[in-house]
Design a protein around this ligand. Structure first.
Ligand SMILES: *[C@@H]1O[C@H](CO)[C@@H](O)[C@H](O)[C@H]1NC(C)=O
Ligand SMILES: *[C@@H]1O[C@H](CO)[C@@H](O)[C@H](O)[C@H]1NC(C)=O
Ligand SMILES: *[C@@H]1O[C@H](CO)[C@@H](O)[C@H](O)[C@H]1NC(C)=O
Ligand SMILES: *[C@@H]1O[C@H](CO)[C@@H](O)[C@H](O)[C@H]1NC(C)=O
Ligand SMILES: *[C@@H]1O[C@H](CO)[C@@H](O)[C@H](O)[C@H]1NC(C)=O
Ligand SMILES: *[C@@H]1O[C@H](CO)[C@@H](O)[C@H](O)[C@H]1NC(C)=O
Ligand SMILES: CC(=O)N[C@H]1CO[C@H](CO)[C@@H](O)[C@@H]1O
Length: 854
C-alpha cells in the first residue's frame, strides 16, 4: 500500500515537472478530435480485457488495427478488481495496465471508460456487492458514502494509469476517459439528487487532472467540460451538449446480447455499415463499435437477469477471436474509404442537399483547392434508387445504403454492396488423427454433500428471509435458506397441505422438505406444491441460485434477489402456517466450492468416485459434481467444449472457470425461417420476439463453451462440471472452431476472392453459379437463377480447389456469354467452397483416387 502511494506521488511530480518528449496533446472542437494539432477521425472498438485472456489480447488488438481501427476502448470492471472491500486484484486478465500497453505497442489510441457503473451485461453492472451492503448507501446518486467509494476507486484507477504513463500527455495511448455511464437514461428517476450527482461526477473527474477530455455518454445535460456522447444503433441525428463539442458515438451496437432461453440476434453487416457511414456523413467525429470483440463471461461475471456465458455479440471478431466475416472485412473497407476523405470531412465546408425525399448528398469541399468528398445516402427502407449526378456520374444506390464517393465521382464504397467473403464457422471434433484417436472420456463423480443443509444446519440465522446479496456478498451463486417447524397435531399431517414460496423474478431455486427435493422453480415468483408432513419436527430447505445480477435500469441495484417470501403452508387456500418470520438458518455456497472440487490440485481428491463404465455413472441426478481428464485438441484453432446433455451448472478447466452452463435451456422455436433483411432500422426488444435476423431457434441457447488455449496443456487436462439440476455427461466432447465454408458474391467486371485462412485449403466447391443466382451467402439457400453458365463449377474448381485462397475474374471471357434477358442488369458470380486442413484434404484425395481405381 505504502509503496504504491509513494510511487504515485513521484509519478505525478514527474508528469508535472518534465512532460515527456513523446507527449501528445489532445484537444477537440465541434468538427473532430485534434491530436497533436492534427484533426483525426476516430474509429474505435470495444474489447473488454476480462472477457478474453492475456494470451488473446495481442491478436485481438492486431486484428482491430488490421480492421482499420485507430482506437480500442474498454470499461474498467470494479467488482472484478475489488471483489472484497479493499482487496484488489489486477493480475491475469485483470491486468488492464498491460492491456493498455499492448494497445500502445500496436500504435493505437485507447479510450478509458471508468464508469465505475458500466452496465455492459456484466454482473451487477460492475458494482461490487459489498458496496450495496454498506449501511445507508444509495448508489448512483447524491449520497456521501457512495460518492466517497466511487471517488476512491476512480482515483485508484487514474493513479495506476498515471503511474504507468498511460495518458496521452504522458506519451501514453489514452486520449479520452469516461465517467458514469448512460446516466441520462435513468436520471429523471433520481430527481434533483441525480442532477447534483452528475455535477459532482464532472467535478470529481475534472479534478483528477488527467490531461485528456472526459466524456459522459447518453448525458444531454453533461456539464462542461464533459463531452456528451451517444449510444444506440444509430447516432447520426445526435445533438451535442455544446456547440464546440464533437459528435461522439460511444456505443454502436454491432449486435446484441443473448439471454438464456432466447434466440441469437444478429445485426446485419449492411446495416451497421449504413449506420457508421451515415454518422460520418452527418459530421461524426468518433465512433466506437460496441462490441468489436465481445468474448466470454468467464466465472460468474455475466450480468442479469439471465445473460448467457458467451458474449459473442455478433461482433466483427467472434467470441474466440476469429474474424466474423463479412462483418469484419466490410467494415474495414468502410474505414479505409472514409479515411480517404478525413481531411475534407474534418475541415472542409459542408454542403447538404436533399436529392429526392430520403436521398441525401453531403459534399465536403475545400473552397481553396476545389477538392471534394461526398456521401450519398438512400434512407428508403425498400426503394433502390439510381441517382444521376450529371457530370459526376450515375450511381445505383440500394435501399438503406450509403455510397462514399472519392472526388464526388468515384464510388469507393457502398454499405449494402458486400464483396467480402462470408466465412461459415463450424465446430469440428478432433478425430482426424487416426493413429492417435481421442479416448472416450472416463468420468468421476461425487455428490454435493447436503446433509447438513437438509437438516437445517447453517452458519448464521435471522428471524426473516434475507435478501440474497445481503447474505452472500455474491461470493457464491448459492444461498441456502433453512427452517423447521413443529407439526403438533396428527390432524394436519393427514391433510394435504400446500407449500408455497415466493421469490424474486430472477431467482432460480430448489425446494426440499424433510430432505426430499419436491421441486424447482425458475423465472416465476411463485412455487406451489403439495407436501406431506411428518408428526413433530419438519424441515424446509430452499436453495436459491443467482444467474447473474441485474445490471441495468433505474435503481437496478436495489432489486431484490433470492427468496422474498411469503413462505406459507396452506390448506385449501387458507394459510395455516406462515414461515416467513420463522427463524431461518443460512449458509452461503456449496460444500464443493469450499473444498475447491473444481481445482485439480484440491486436497479433497478422495471425494471422487471412479466410474468403470458409463452404466455406473449416476446421471439425471441433481447436485452432483463430475470430473474427467482430456487431451487438448491438436493445432491452434480455438477450443470449445460441447456440453449437450448437461442441465445447468458451472464448468472449470484446470481450475479456470469457463462460466455457467445451461444447455437444457432451449431457445424459442419461432422466427428463424424468415430471410434476414438488412433494410430498415434495426432494433431489438427484450424478449427478442420482434427482432429481425435471429438464429438458433429450438436449440440450446448455449451448447458450446469456450476454453481459451492458454487454459490447456497438451495432455491430462481436467474438466469439472457442477450439475445442479440433472444431466448426462456421456455426450460431452471437445471441438475446435474453424472456417467450414467460405462463400462470396461478385458482380460482372469485378474479381471474386475466397480465402480459408489459418493454413486450411479449399477442398471442394459446394456451389458455383455465374448468371443471376438466388440467395445470400451465409444467410439463405443458394440456387441457380433464370440464367447460369454451365462452366461455373469447372472454372471454380480449376481456380480454387487445393488452394488456400483464390480469385476469379468475373467476366464473359471466363464463363462464356450467358443470356439473362433484359431484366437482369448485372450478372454476378456466387461461389461457396469447403475449407479443410491439408492433412484431411490429401487423405480424402487418396481415398478418392483409390475408389476410382477400384
Ligand atoms: C429435521 O432436522 C433435524 C436436525 O435439525 C433432524 O434431527 C430431523 O431428523 C429432521 N427431520 C426430518 C423429518 O428430516
Ligand atoms: C406447536 O406447539 C408449540 C408449543 O406447544 C407452539 O408454539 C407452536 O406454534 C405449535 N405449532 C403449530 C404449527 O401449531
Ligand atoms: C392427498 O393427496 C393424495 C394424492 O395427491 C390423495 O391420494 C389423498 O387422498 C389426499 N388426501 C387427503 C386427505 O385429501
Ligand atoms: C377457510 O377459511 C374460511 C373462512 O375462514 C372457512 O369458511 C373455510 O371453511 C376454510 N377452509 C378450510 C378448508 O378450512
Ligand atoms: C494427471 O494429473 C493428475 C492430477 O491432476 C495426476 O495425478 C496424474 O498422475 C496425471 N497423469 C498424467 C498421465 O500425467
Ligand atoms: C421482366 O420483368 C417484368 C416486370 O417485372 C415482367 O413483366 C417480365 O415478364 C419480365 N421478363 C422476363 C423475360 O422475365
Ligand atoms: C439504453 C440502452 O439500451 N443501453 C444499452 C447499450 O448497450 C449496452 C451494451 O449492450 C448495454 O449495456 C446498455 O444497456
Amino acid at each position: 500500500m505504502l509503496n504504491s502511494c509513494i510511487i504515485i506521488v513521484v509519478a505525478v511530480l514527474v508528469l508535472l515537472l518534465c512532460p515527456s518528449s513523446s507527449a501528445i496533446q489532445v484537444g477537440y472542437d465541434s468538427r473532430s478530435m485534434i491530436i497533436d494539432g492534427e484533426r483525426k477521425l476516430i474509429f474505435a472498438g470495444a474489447i473488454h480485457y476480462p472477457r478474453s485472456t492475456i494470451e488473446m489480447w495481442p491478436d485481438l488488438i492486431q486484428k482491430a488495427k488490421d480492421g482499420g481501427l485507430n482506437a480500442v476502448e474498454t470499461y474498467i470492471f470494479w467488482n472484478a478488481h475489488e471483489p472484497r472491500y479493499r482487496q484488489y486484484k489486477f493480475d491475469g486478465n485483470l491486468d488492464f495496465i498491460k492491456f493498455f500497453k499492448l494497445i500502445q505497442e500496436a500504435g493505437l489510441y485507447a479510450i478509458l471508460r471508468i464508469g465505475p457503473y458500466v452496465c455492459a451485461e456484466w454482473n451487477y453492472g460492475g458494482f461490487p456487492v459489498w458496496l450495496h451492503n454498506i449501511d445507508g448507501i444509495e448508489l448512483r446518486t447524491d449520497n456521501e458514502l457512495y460518492k466517497n467509494e466511487m471517488q476512491i476507486f476512480t482515483t485508484k484507477i487514474v493513479d495506476m494509469c498515471k503511474e504507468a504513463n498511460l495518458f496521452a500527455p504522458q506519451g501514453g495511448p489514452i486520449i479520452l476517459a469516461q465517467i458514469e455511464n448512460e446516466y441520462g437514461n435513468v436520471e429523471s428517476g433520481y430527481g434533483d439528487r441525480g442532477k447534483a450527482y452528475i455535477q459532482w461526477c464532472a467535478q470529481m473527474a475534472v479534478a483528477q487532472n488527467i490531461g485528456v477530455p472526459w466524456i459522459m455518454c447518453q448525458q444531454k445535460d453533461a456539464p462542461q467540460p464533459m463531452i456528451s456522447a451517444c449510444n444506440g444503433f444509430y447516432c447520426d441525428q445526435m445533438q451535442t451538449n455544446d456547440p464546440n463539442s464533437p459528435k461522439m458515438f460511444t456505443e454502436n451496437w454491432t449486435g446484441w446480447y443473448t439471454k438464456w432461453g432466447q434466440k441469437t440476434p444478429h445485426r446485419p453487416t449492411e446495416d451497421i455499415a449504413f449506420s457508421v457511414a451515415r454518422f460520418y456523413q452527418l459530421g461524426g467525429a468518433l465512433m466506437n463499435y460496441y462490441m468489436y470483440h465481445g468474448g466470454t463471461n468467464f466465472g460468474r461475471t455475466s450480468g442479469g437477469p439471465f445473460l448467457i456465458t458467451s458474449y459473442d455479440y455478433d461482433a466483427p471478431l467472434d467470441e474466440y477471436g476469429n474474424l466474423n466475416q463479412p462483418k469484419w472485412g466490410h467494415l474495414k473497407e468502410l474505414h479505409a474509404a472514409i479515411k480517404m476523405g478525413e481531411k475534407l470531412i474534418t475541415s472542409g465546408n459542408v454542403i447538404s442537399k436533399d436529392i429526392t425525399d430520403n436521398v441525401q448528398l453531403t459534399t465536403y469541399i475545400n473552397d481553396a483547392t476545389g477538392e471534394r468528398f461526398c456521401f450519398l445516402s438512400n434512407n428508403h427502407w425498400e426503394r433502390d434508387e439510381t441517382i444521376d449526378m450529371q457530370q459526376d456520374g450515375k450511381f445505383f444506390l440500394p435501399a438503406w445504403s450509403v455510397t462514399i464517393l472519392g472526388g464526388c465521382q468515384k464510388e469507393l464504397y457502398n454499405s449494402a454492396k458486400v464483396t467480402t467473403q462470408t466465412s461459415i464457422m463450424v465446430k469440428q471434433a478432433d478425430n482426424y488423427e487416426e493413429d492417435y484417436p481421442a479416448d472416450p472420456l472416463s468420468w468421476m463423480w461425487t455428490f454435493e454433500s447436503m446433509k447438513d443443509k437438509l437438516q437445517g444446519k447453517g452458519r448464521f440465522s435471522a428471524r426473516q428471509l434475507l435478501e440474497q446479496k445481503r447474505a452472500t456478498f455474491d461470493h457464491s451463486d448459492y444461498l441456502w435458506y433453512m427452517t423447521s417447524f413443529d407439526n403438533n397435531g396428527t390432524s394436519s399431517s393427514s391433510k394435504n397441505l400446500t407449500l408455497s414460496v415466493t421469490s424474486s423474478e430472477q431467482a432460480h431455486y430448489h425446494v426440499f422438505v424433510n430432505g426430499q427435493l419436491i421441486g424447482s422453480q425458475s423465472e416465476h415468483k411463485q412455487f406451489q406444491s403439495p407436501v406431506s408432513l411428518v408428526p413433530g419436527r419438519n424441515n424446509i430447505t430452499l436453495l436459491s441460485a443467482t444467474i447473474g445480477l441485474k445490471n441495468y435500469g433505474e435503481f437496478f441495484d436495489t432489486y431484490t434477489d433470492g427468496i422474498t417470501g411469503p413462505v406459507v403452508l396452506t390448506d385449501n387456500g387458507n394459510i395455516t402456517i406462515d414461515l416467513s418470520s420463522n427463524t431461518w438458518n443460512y449458509k452461503v455456497g456449496l460444500n464443493g466450492e469450499v473444498k475447491r472440487l473444481h481445482d485439480p490440485y484440491s486436497l479433497h481428491a478422495r471425494a471422487w468416485k471412479i466410474a468403470d463404465d458409463m452404466e455406473e455413472l449416476p446421471t439425471d441426478r441433481s447436485m452432483i459434481w463430475y470430473k474427467t481428464t482430456f487431451r487438448a485438441p491438436s493445432g491452434t484453432d480455438p477450443v470449445v467444449v460441447d456440453l449437450i446433455g448437461m442441465g445447468k451448472g458451472q464448468a472449470w478447466v484446470n481450475g479456470n472457470s469457463i462460466g455457467r452452463f445451461w444447455p437444457l435451456r432451449i431457445a424459442d422455436s419461432n422466427g428463424c425461417d424468415v430471410e434476414c433483411n438488412y433494410r430498415g432500422a434495426y432494433k431489438t426488444d427484450d424478449d427478442i420476439t420482434q427482432t429481425r435476423c435471429v438464429t438458433n431457434c429450438g436449440n440450446p441457447t448455449q451448447r458450446w463453451y469456450h476454453i481459451p488455449r492458454s487454459f490447456l496443456i497438451p495432455e491430462n487436462n481436467t474438466l469439472v462440471l457442477f450439475e445442479e439440476i440433472g444431466g448426462n455427461p456421456s455426450q460431452v466432447s471437445f471441438q475446435t472452431v474453424i472456417v467450414g465454408s467460405v462463400c462470396a458474391s461478385a458482380d460482372e467486371g469485378s474479381t471474386l476472392q475466397l480465402s480459408c485462412q489459418n493454413g486450411k485449403i479449399i477442398s471442394e466447391i459446394e456451389f458455383a453459379s455465374f448468371g443471376d443466382p438466388k440467395g445470400t451467402c451465409g444467410r439463405s439457400i443458394l440456387q441457380q437463377g433464370s440464367c447460369h453458365s454451365a462452366k461455373s463449377l469447372t472454372v471454380a474448381e480449376q481456380e480454387c480447389v487445393g488452394m488456400e485462397s483464390c480469385s476469379i475474374i468475373v467476366s464473359s471471357a471466363t464463363f462464356g456469354s450467358v443470356d439473362c434477358g433484359i431484366n437482369v442488369t448485372t450478372k454476378r458470380l456466387v461461389v461457396q467452397a469447403t475449407c479443410e486442413s491439408e492433412v484431411v484434404f490429401y487423405k480424402k484425395l487418396k481415398l478418392k483416387e483409390a475408389q476410382s481405381k477400384a
